[in-house]
Design a protein around this ligand. Structure first.
Ligand SMILES: NC(=O)c1ccc[n+]([C@@H]2O[C@H](COP(=O)([O-])OP(=O)(O)OC[C@H]3O[C@@H](n4cnc5c(N)ncnc54)[C@H](OP(=O)(O)O)[C@@H]3O)[C@@H](O)[C@H]2O)c1
Length: 334
């Protein structure tokens, strides 16, 4: 079969200037040319992530060498294979982690950051996987060292990250506690498998965590920061681990060093986008090994809140900033 011709120009969404969702504007851009270690993907779906919002606000610039277009994860078909790439072929259906450039009809990805679309997954479901599930796997399991039988607390339980964290932690045999900002969101966390859910607007999560049969939790995945730092330390059992992936409530706080010493706590954190390609390739292999069997068995399909068109990227950001969503927001590109 002759390969589909690739146009010179593509539709994409640019960030015109730092600011509100109205700064996301449709544009025509040259189709990117893959380097020898890269593939060109005809994008059929692009995941929307909170870091895209932070980038749009001008607070999370693209790393050197990355596309200035937003978009950290896509799913689609391979349209060009770079000269040094092995194991991937024209027409392969893949999902990929990107350092930017996902809000577009075409995107380039390092071959090591590509994964086969799990059997039975739509492009939309597959586009919800790379950034989200890699972030959760690395932070909760590789950094936080969550083990079967331990108690895991995730804040923002209905965020893209939170829904994946509940699913993976349950898959791996942990007891899961999740916080969320409404009773409807708490119900969604329960449906995903959370054992205990806390509406943080009406309940003190520290009290709930300390009154669990386990008298605290072993690992916390936090995206709130600010005063949650000290409150998280109070929830942790001896030898507990706090993993920080964002600070929606602020990066500065007071620290009770005594709690860290007396309970032998570990405080860590990371950000995925800045990591090198070797690290990302290793992480892609790890999630394929650890999560693909459950994906193909449809044991934990990503929870999709809604799909919008590429031209509706600004609407997608408004929705994300309203925090009304439960699960992932995905742009569908015909
Ligand atoms: N470090 C990394 O490598 C990395 C990678 C990806 C994402 N992240 C971070 O992980 C977080 C989740 O990302 P996402 O794409 O899944 O975002 P998302 O779907 O937009 O979810 C964010 C959730 O956080 C909750 N929230 C917002 N403001 C809050 C506040 N002030 N206090 C408590 N909860 C608040 C909201 O739920 P409620 O209604 O329940 O409050 C909201 O649904 C983001 O902060 C993102 O920047 C980090």
């Amino acid at each position: 079969m002759a390969p589909t011709p690739i146009p010179n120009l593509m539709s994409a969404i640019e960030i015109k200037a730092p600011g509100g969702p109205e700064q996301l504007v449709p544009a025509q851009r040259p189709v990117p040319i893959p380097k020898p270690n890269e593939v060109l993907i005809r994008v059929h779906a692009a995941g929307v992530n909170r870091p895209d919002v932070v980038q749009r606000l001008g607070q999370y610039p693209a790393p050197p060498g990355a596309s200035d277009l937003p978009g950290l994860e896509v799913a689609g078909t391979i349209a060009i294979v770079g000269s040094n790439v092995t194991g991937l072929a024209l027409g392969d259906k893949v999902c990929a982690l990107l350092a930017g450039g996902g809000y577009a009809e075409y995107a380039v990805a390092d071959a090591g950051s590509c994964l086969p679309i799990p059997d039975g997954f739509s492009f939309v479901e597959a586009a919800a996987v790379p950034e989200t599930f890699m972030t959760v796997w690395h932070n909760v399991f590789e950094r936080g060292g969550l083990k079967p039988g331990e108690v895991f607390l995730v804040h923002g339980g209905t965020s893209g990250i939170g829904t994946a964290a509940i699913q993976i932690a349950k898959l791996k045999g942990a007891t899961v506690v999740a916080t969320a900002g409404s009773d409807e969101k708490c119900d969604a966390c329960t449906k995903l498998g959370a054992d205990t859910v806390i509406n943080y607007r009406t309940q003190d999560f520290v009290d709930v965590a300390r009154n669990l049969p386990s008298k605290g939790v072993d690992v916390i995945l936090d995206m709130v920061g600010g005063d949650y730092f000290g409150r998280n330390l109070k929830c942790l059992k001896p030898d507990g681990r706090l993993v920080i992936i964002a600070f929606l409530n602020g990066a500065k706080t007071e620290v009770d060093l005594a709690a860290i010493m007396m309970k032998r706590l570990v405080v860590t954190g990371s950000t995925l986008r800045a990591r090198d390609l070797n690290f990302k390739a290793g992480l892609a292999k790890a999630i394929k090994r650890e999560l693909w069997p459950a994906f193909t068995a449809r044991q934990m399909p990503p929870l999709i809140h809604t799909t919008l068109s590429l031209a509706e990227a600004a609407t997608a950001h408004r929705l994300m900033e309203s925090s009304a969503h439960i699960g992932k927001i995905v742009l569908k590109i015909e």
